[in-house]
Write a protein that binds this ligand. Structure first.
Ligand SMILES: *Cc1c(COP(=O)(O)O)cnc(C)c1O
Length: 379
């Protein structure tokens, strides 16, 4: 029996979150970065692991700050009693300035309209709002352009209710290991910040690196790093797995709900995208792309049953998936099925699923819907 947000269910599908592995990943990262600050990025439902619980764990494991991307996620953390600094790492609608001030979030500032809205909101609430400026050095998502930075701060640095605690950038090609571009972006960032400081505009906390920089480039740490996916046991790229081994935190499992024997030539599932070649035994799993188990894994992925790989066959439906269990002797209804994780000597990682659908680990994990109960394994 699983308790999920107060609702008691017997859902056969569950995401088990192994907290000791999470703690071990944080410990390794902390020992890697030494005195540099750790901003634990737990955006997007903590990459599928559950924001609330993972925030508490990150705090206990020694994160200095937390990072999310929406004001809603931040409010959820405050309501749980988290008092650590919480950064909002994306651009948000200026209408949310009041909430940002109310909950003491640290927003990322890149436009005049937003910083003016924040200053107004802070004045109305008789507060100061701590902000970090975001510089665009090549990702071109959002950020102050380096060439406009000086005039921007000449105009807005002295707004009375704004405290410029930090300045940062976010790289576009670090995960790919494109060090030439990444170093160019880093140098552009440093040159811009130096020029600002020469002109009297100071930012005590400077930061640039996410997981890749945390794992590979101590020379770009500056005052703080912002790892996300690495906390959850995956390196952004496969090349880093040997350099910096981490422990995947999430196991996705379900149960065989039904077994059927089908004769040769039977089309299986919507559109008959799989047709049996011989007498085959198929199993039905109560999970589908409505759970965030990617439809693109249709006829591609595999699952583990009795420690053996069983191929996914046919088109994955909203709530159900077919697997071919002809070769899994003794498989019976109710047996455990691992979609991500290990069983016996076999292991399927989120990386394997990502590779087979041309995606990345972030997408595979963060897609897992809230309706899948999260079960936290404490030790
Ligand atoms: C998502 C994000 C991170 C974390 O990225 P990972 O590659 O998962 O470590 C860090 N900084 C910013 C601004 C982000 O948006």
């Amino acid at each position: 029996m699983i308790v999920n947000r107060g609702i008691v269910t017997d859902n056969p599908t569950v995401a088990e979150i192994h907290l000791p592995s999470f703690r071990e990943n944080v410990r390794k990262i902390k020992s890697q970065i030494g005195k540099c600050r750790l901003l634990a990025v737990i955006k997007t439902n903590a990459y599928g692991h559950g924001t609330g619980k993972m925030a508490m764990e990150a705090v206990k494991a020694g994160a200095d700050r937390l990072g999310v991307t929406t004001v809603q996620e931040g409010i959820h953390l405050r309501q749980q009693g988290i008092t650590l600094p919480i950064h909002i790492l994306s651009s948000v609608p200026i209408e949310q300035a009041d909430l940002i001030v109310k909950y003491d979030f640290i927003p990322s500032v890149s436009t005049a309209s937003f910083v003016i809205a924040l200053d107004d909101a802070a004045r109305n609430q008789r507060k100061k709002v701590i902000v970090h400026a975001k510089l665009n050095t090549g990702l071109n998502r959002f950020g102050i352009e380096p060439k406009d930075a000086l005039s921007f701060f000449q105009a807005y640095y002295h707004l009375p209710h704004i405290e410029w605690e930090g300045i940062y950038t976010h790289f576009s090609h670090a995960d790919e290991g494109d060090w030439k571009r990444t170093e160019d972006q880093f140098n552009l960032f440093i040159d811009t910040v130096n020029n600002l400081e020469t002109n009297g505009f100071f930012f005590p906390l400077k930061h640039a690196g996410a997981s890749t920089i945390t794992l590979e480039r101590p020379d770009m740490y500056l005052d703080m790093v912002r790892p996300g996916i690495a906390l959850f046991g995956y390196t952004p790229d496969e090349r880093q797995e040997r350099i910096f081994p981490l422990q995947p935190v999430l196991t996705l499992k379900t149960k065989l709900t039904l077994i059927r024997n089908i004769p040769p030539g039977s089309p299986v599932g919507y559109g008959g995208k799989y047709v049996s070649a011989k007498n085959e035994k198929i199993g039905i799993l109560p999970i589908g792309h409505g759970d965030g188990f990617k439809r693109s894994l249709s006829n591609r992925g595999e699952v583990l049953i009795h420690g053996k790989r069983a191929p996914i066959i046919g088109t994955i439906a909203l709530d159900q998936t077919f697997v071919n269990i002809t070769d899994i002797i003794g498989a019976k209804e109710g047996d455990e099925v691992i979609l991500i994780g290990s069983q016996g000597k076999e292991r399927i990682t989120a990386r394997e699923l990502a590779n087979s659908i041309g995606s990345n680990v972030d997408e595979v994990l963060a897609s897992l819907m809230q309706r899948i109960p999260r079960k936290y394994i404490l030790n």
